[in-house]
Design a protein around this ligand. Structure first.
Ligand SMILES: Nc1ncnc2c1ncn2[C@@H]1O[C@H](COP(=O)(O)OP(=O)(O)OP(=O)(O)O)[C@@H](O)[C@H]1O
Length: 311
């Protein structure tokens, strides 16, 4: 976990939350450092929303210990709410209210709000500022929800899938805003299904599956663990893999997943590349299309959580 110093912004230990026979949180441990961006990732139904909404005080865990900015989200809700920003879900918004009116209203409730006009401009809400909420598109609602979450200049903001359904321009504007919040010392906890978003934005990642955090660390730390990187090349089919394997450093593996297409796993470093090209030269093989592939967060995610669809 990264931290800009001080006590963690969020500290969850052994959280349990059951809905009837469904166990949504099954001993979830999560620590979020102050001033960091933490991405909570997980397959559908993993428990991300339940975890985030517990931190916001909207769900009450059945067991475990939870502190947000040092407070109990339920018992200390009155003290905590003004200090956190939350992306509202659609329900609960009066359908006739106009986007900018809503933002101005929310800004007035806070002592040091952000500049509403600037926020409207940055999130591209100008054109729809006077549109009643019910006529906003899905993407416009998402951007408004983000603006409402941050307008009060919270110390800690929870963003549940902030870029779901956004076009690339709006996604980049959202990313810029999140980076700026972080620059201002705001702690950001976001859930996302976009691995490149997590890699791009976050200091720390927590991968949740079946109600538990199964891996946590910086994107770089997580990508260093797990399976090896991959080197691929094409050449004539049926190369002598036994000989190639003998030439490779210990811990590497060579295969021919389809005729003439070779895949080598291991620590893909300059030495491995030199070994493979030297072996090819010795055996009269013109290796074509040599590529190396770094292990991505998506690879790590799929390795840890499996490839089957979740209900
Ligand atoms: N209010 C509720 N009543 C009953 N079951 C619920 C309720 N909310 C969530 N669940 C169940 O708890 C589990 C965790 O749900 P949760 O919404 O926290 O997952 P998630 O990781 O946010 O999923 P997604 O990525 O699909 O949004 C799921 O099995 C879900 O069906």
């Amino acid at each position: 976990m990264h931290t800009a110093g001080g006590a963690p912004a969020v500290e969850a230990v052994g959280l349990v939350k059951r809905y009837g026979r469904t166990t949504a949180l099954n001993g979830l441990d999560l620590t979020v450092g102050q001033g960091t961006v933490t991405a909570v990732l997980g397959p559908n139904g993993a428990g991300k929303t339940t975890a985030v909404e517990s931190c916001e005080g909207y769900r009450v865990p059945d067991a475990g210990r939870l502190r947000v900015l040092g407070l109990d989200p339920v018992a200390d809700a009155a003290a905590l709410r003004p200090r956190i920003g939350v992306m509202l879900q659609d329900d609960g918004v009066y359908p006739g209210v106009r986007a900018v009116e809503m933002l101005r209203h929310m800004a007035r409730l806070h002592a040091h709000p952000l500049d509403v006009d600037d926020l409207v401009e940055r999130l591209g809400l100008g054109a729809c500022g006077r549109t009643p909420y019910r006529r906003l598109s899905g993407g416009q609602r998402r951007r408004l929800a983000l603006a409402l979450a941050v307008v009060g200049r919270p110390e800690l903001v929870f963003l549940d899938e902030p870029t779901a359904g956004l076009d690339p321009q709006a996604r980049h504007a959202t990313w810029d805003l999140i980076r700026e919040l972080r620059g201002d010392g705001v702690t950001v906890v976001l859930t996302t299904h976009h691995m490149e978003e997590a890699e791009e934005l976050s200091d720390d990642v927590a991968i949740v599956d079946a109600g538990r955090v199964i891996a946590a660390g910086s994107p770089a730390e997580l990508c260093r663990g797990g399976n090896a990187d991959v080197l691929r090349f094409t050449g004539r089919p049926g190369l002598d893999l036994v000989s190639l394997r003998q030439a490779l450093p210990a811990g590497s593996e060579a295969g021919e997943p389809s005729p003439g297409s070779y895949r080598i796993t291991g620590d893909v470093d300059p030495r491995l590349l030199a070994t493979v090209t030297a072996w090819c030269a010795q055996h009269g093989v013109l290796a074509d299309r040599i590529t190396t592939q770094r292990h991505t967060l998506e690879d790590v995610f799929l390795e840890l959580t499996g490839k089957e669809l979740r209900s």
